[in-house]
Design a protein around this ligand. Structure first.
Ligand code: GDG
Length: 461
């Protein structure tokens, strides 16, 4: 079988500290069979990047990484990827800051990635690139002479043509995505929006999942990502003996726990969620002193202004809600910006009576799936899930809410807190069956199979 080469912005070399909070490292863990290569940025900023990638072998996997200069990182990562593409793809045009020089920086980092990887490739390698940092990567790798299979998966949402057109380099981005053989999205809606963009912006012909352009065919399909549900469920069960989980459980004094776990990101709907919790206590005062809301939100991308502003906003809201509702012996909202170890997280989900997953937009949202996998079958909690998370397409037995409406979230929390056990069990069984079926392994297999099938049509079309 052809060697698999994964390419992503950050490379989670085993034991590298601080590299594991993001969704990608968690989701691809099961793909790393001996012989695989993972290529990308080392996470280091240097004044003179080495001409060759650094190579580290761990458990049979080759990790090849390159360094960046602070200036390249600013344009590529802070400026274009996270300052322009991320807000655009999360439907936040007002937060999109486009600067030509950032886009140029984005192109040159992709160019240097392609130039560094090309000499390490064998002709029959299968290359799978991940996420919005690497949109032009396929075109550039082709220009370096690579002719093997090239796939791309977008972890975040995609937007309809009317919104994408606000991006001054929209045509270039769509054309660059079409240089891949296979482009995967979290949901059918995102895949369709991309095909519509190819049609409207490039005049491509669309035939089912296929896009025909300049004598080539590209397939754009939905491949929803999942988690390793079985092992996460076992981890959650084991975590009952975790010291921190026991301390949190003890501190509840029999009260219900509502839990949220998100990178601190404006797409996750955290201010609306905090508001919603305040509304719950006002509209349904029977829950006063009967619930704790724990929000874990590790700090993220603090080099981007919007993220710093979000932190200030959350500090203010948490202070206001606790100031208003606390009692001398009861603090309703606990909020931590430190990352929790994964096993602790699993244990905390398990004792959660309500899982709050209310992003304003999200490609998938793995926390929703982790919460379901961690719940005890005999007395499960209830998932409150945003209609704008990709996960809502599958997890229809959750309480689906509009995340822009704090009252609707509050009402769903109330419904969850008062839901009879048989209904909780019925919903949970249906959700768990789906989470156990659409796993990370199934996602990877589907993508690789599709990539191996589609690439042969590239030349023939
Ligand atoms: C992108 C897309 C898509 C969070 N806090 C801690 C921690 N986490 C883990 C969660 C989960 C992961 O990080 C977050 O994944 P999400 O899917 O929720 O969100 P993004 O980071 O935005 O990921 C998203 C994903 O890619 C995969 O395709 O679903 O839509 O935006 O696994 O558990 N892990 C630990 N401590 C924490 O404090 N250990």
């Amino acid at each position: 079988m052809a060697r698999l080469v994964i390419v992503s912005n950050r490379v989670p070399i085993p034991k590298a500290r601080g590299a594991s909070a993001g969704g990608l490292a968690v989701a691809l863990r099961d793909l790393l069979m001996p012989g695989t290569m993972w290529f990308g940025w080392s996470g280091r900023l240097v004044s003179e990047p080495a001409p060759q990638p650094a190579i580290v072998e761990a458990r049979g996997v080759t990790y090849a990484t390159v360094d960046l200069t602070a200036e390249a990182h600013r344009g590529f990562y802070v400026g274009f990827a996270n300052g322009a593409l991320w807000p655009l793809l999360h439907f936040r045009l007002g937060l999109m800051h486009f600067r030509r020089e950032d886009y140029q920086g984005y192109l040159s980092v992709n160019q240097s990635f392609a130039g560094s990887l090309a000499p390490l490739l064998q002709p029959d390698d299968t290359v799978w690139a991940h996420d919005y940092h690497l949109i032009p990567f396929a075109r550039m790798l082709r220009e370096e002479g690579f002719d093997g299979r090239l796939g791309f998966f977008l972890h975040v949402p995609f937007v309809p043509p009317s919104m994408l057109e606000a991006m001054p380099v929209a045509r270039e981005l769509v054309a660059d995505l079409c240089a891949y053989d296979l482009v995967g999205f979290q949901t059918e809606e995102h895949a369709r929006d991309f095909r519509d963009c190819a049609q409207r912006l490039l005049g491509a012909r669309v035939d089912g999942e296929w896009i025909r352009l300049d004598g080539r065919r590209v397939r754009a399909f939905a491949d929803p990502i999942g988690i390793d549900a079985q092992s996460f469920a076992q981890e959650a069960e084991r975590a009952a003996s975790d010291k921190l989980v026991q301390r949190v459980a003890g501190s509840l004094s029999g009260r219900a726990l509502a839990i949220g776990v998100d990178r601190m990101d404006y797409s996750k709907g955290l201010p609306h969620r905090f508001e919603a919790f305040g509304r719950l206590l006002e509209k349904h005062p029977e829950h006063k002193r009967a619930i704790h809301f724990l929000q874990i939100c590790p700090r993220s991308r603090e080099e981007v202004d919007e993220y710093r502003k979000l932190r200030v906003e959350l500090d203010r809201l948490a202070g206001r809600i606790n100031g208003r509702h606390s009692d001398f012996d009861w603090t309703p909202l606990r909020y931590s910006t430190r990352a929790a170890p994964r096993s602790t997280l699993a244990g905390l989900y398990r004792i959660g009576r309500i899982g709050l997953v209310t992003p304003l937009r999200d490609g998938m949202n793995l926390v929703a799936k982790e919460f379901v996998a961690a719940q005890p079958d005999e007395d499960p909690g209830v998932l409150v899930l945003s209609q704008f998370a990709g996960a809502a397409q599958e997890l229809t037995e959750a309480l689906i809410v509009n995340p822009f409406d704090p009252d609707a979230i509050a009402d769903a929390m109330h419904q969850g807190l008062t839901m009879p056990a048989p209904e909780r069990r019925e919903r949970h069984m249906a959700l768990k069956e789906k989470v156990m079926r659409t796993t990370a392994q199934a996602y990877c297999r589907r993508f690789i199979d599709a990539l191996q099938a589609t690439s042969f049509t590239r030349v023939a079309a």
